[in-house]
Design a protein. Structure first.
Length: 487
């Protein structure tokens, strides 16, 4: 017996323009500015700045209906209605409110010197050494094997093989080790190490010898495992020193840099400079929200393209080439009009979303106390402003807000709710803040394990399981009790 069933599936397909709008909303200020430059380079009908149009009223209601229909075989008369393209686009009247945009104090062109890369700096240092041609080739190959953190993560035998197969340099491990010792003389100290132990020892051996430096070297060479596991009692017994002496030696080690390449100012990785997308100020006890002015560019349709339309309109003799040109103009004008409208929608979406977040977390923004942050999920804000959760997520995940208490990523204000001992909903952010404070105030000679931390938070009114404490501690990048122990 055959069964027939009819299945209805409701699906919504986003148009290419809707997808582009979502991408625009997701962009933070700096990326948005770059996207704006790209659009203006690609579309000559789109121009920046204010411009008075002499055509604003002249073609207010005129259409291309004075000509024979066959002259528009590839052009819809309604699509090239002058009204659509010349009425208001040249005047950027789409700002939400005149005081919603902060002055861009940093909108100046800053000159940047071309940085020397980390590896090029090492090569430059090598050039100050007197080396044979073979040693120089090996040294440069070793420098090329150093990663961005300053380490050589390969065995000497692998390097010997690679020198032979890729460089035609035939040598042995002993010779490469000898040249590696030369590389170890380069700055920053510790560069070219093959592991953390060697990296720290290289740095200590470059220091002026003292009682505590010598003890630190001995610990790293002989008891590295005990040191990393903070078995201080074993170290005291092994070296027969006082707690104060051991503490001073450990302080020498803690001053060292475990990632010497990462500290190089000219490293290949750029340091991200955060540009706040919003600013929240407190004026006479009230919150004030400003959208970064760089998100509100003034755009208009090119006057030259308007002239082209009028020329075509006034012309009685319309060639095929002219029709092709007008079709091109139409496409560019449509694109420019859409982009201007998309920017308007982006501004409105950003402002409305952040405004809702600001008022939802009003207590925090007025006082700066993280324990005042309320539980807040994306749906809470989406319901308030009538937008999709995905849209709110795009704003929250990529935007920063400057507050009186520092610049923060907006998504950091979102958190789940948990119940306290009174049955009230509290933010997981509040619990993390309290946990962080408890750990900060603990006796570092006897750090609190997770089960004791759970008991303390329970006493404070937050009944949380030990495994949840461990989860929050890891999210806060706080190590286990044993690793927090200090002398």
């Amino acid at each position: 017996m055959l069964k027939h069933s009819l299945q209805f599936k409701l699906s919504q397909k986003l148009s290419p323009q809707q997808i582009q709008l979502m991408k625009l909303i997701q962009l933070p200020t700096q990326a948005f500015e770059q996207r704006l430059v790209e659009e203006m380079n690609e579309n000559p009908a789109l121009e920046g700045g204010k411009e008075e149009s002499e055509f604003e009223d002249e073609f207010e209601k005129e259409e291309f209906d004075d000509y024979e229909e066959d002259e528009f075989d590839r052009i819809d008369a309604e699509d090239i209605n002058i009204d659509e393209y010349l009425s208001n686009d040249e005047t950027p009247e789409y700002k939400l409110q005149s005081n919603n945009y902060s002055d861009d104090d940093d909108d100046r062109e800053m000159p940047f010197a071309a940085p020397v890369t980390f590896h090029q700096d090492l090569i430059n240092q090598l050039n100050t050494f007197i080396l044979s041609d073979d040693d120089k080739d090996i040294a440069e190959f070793l420098v090329g094997s150093i990663d961005d953190m300053g380490y050589i993560r390969r065995t000497i035998q692998d390097i010997v093989d690679d020198l032979a197969f890729t460089q035609g340099i035939y040598t042995d491990e002993k010779n490469v080790e000898r040249v590696l010792n030369i590389v170890h003389e380069l700055e920053p100290s510790g560069v070219g190490a093959r592991d953390l132990q060697e990296c720290l020892l290289l740095q200590l051996k470059h220091k002026t010898p003292t009682e505590y430096v010598d003890l630190a070297i001995a610990i790293l060479e002989e008891q590295f495992d005990a040191f990393t596991k903070k078995h201080y009692d074993k170290l005291l017994h092994k070296y027969g020193v006082s707690q104060e002496q051991l503490k001073k030696a450990i302080e020498e080690i803690e001053k060292l840099n475990p990632k010497p390449g990462g500290a190089f100012a000219g490293n290949n990785k750029m340091v991200e400079h955060v540009v706040p997308d919003f600013t929240i100020r407190i004026a006479e006890g009230e919150l004030e929200l400003l959208l970064n002015g760089r998100n509100a560019p003034e755009l208009h349709v090119s006057k030259d393209y308007q002239d082209m339309l009028r020329t075509y309109k006034d012309s009685r003799d319309k060639s095929s080439a002219q029709k092709d040109a007008v079709q091109f103009i139409k496409q560019k004008l449509d694109s420019a009009k859409w982009f201007i409208d998309a920017i308007k929608q982006r501004q409105e979406t950003l402002y409305v979303t952040m405004n809702a977040i600001m008022h939802y977390q009003q207590e925090f923004f007025l006082e700066g106390d993280e324990t005042k942050l309320k539980p807040m999920i994306l749906k809470d804000i989406a319901d308030l402003i009538g937008l999709d959760i995905s849209t709110v997520s795009r704003v929250a995940n990529s935007k920063y807000v400057e507050t009186p208490y520092g610049t923060k990523l907006i998504k950091e204000f979102f958190s789940e709710a948990m119940k306290n001992d009174q049955g009230e909903d509290v933010s997981t952010l509040e619990i993390k803040k309290i946990l962080k404070n408890v750990i900060a105030e603990e006796d570092k000679r006897k750090p609190l394990p997770d089960d004791q931390l759970a008991e303390i938070l329970k006493e404070k009114g937050y009944p949380i399981a030990r495994r949840t404490i461990a989860k929050y501690r890891e999210l806060l990048d706080i190590p286990v009790a044993r690793m927090r122990k200090k002398m």
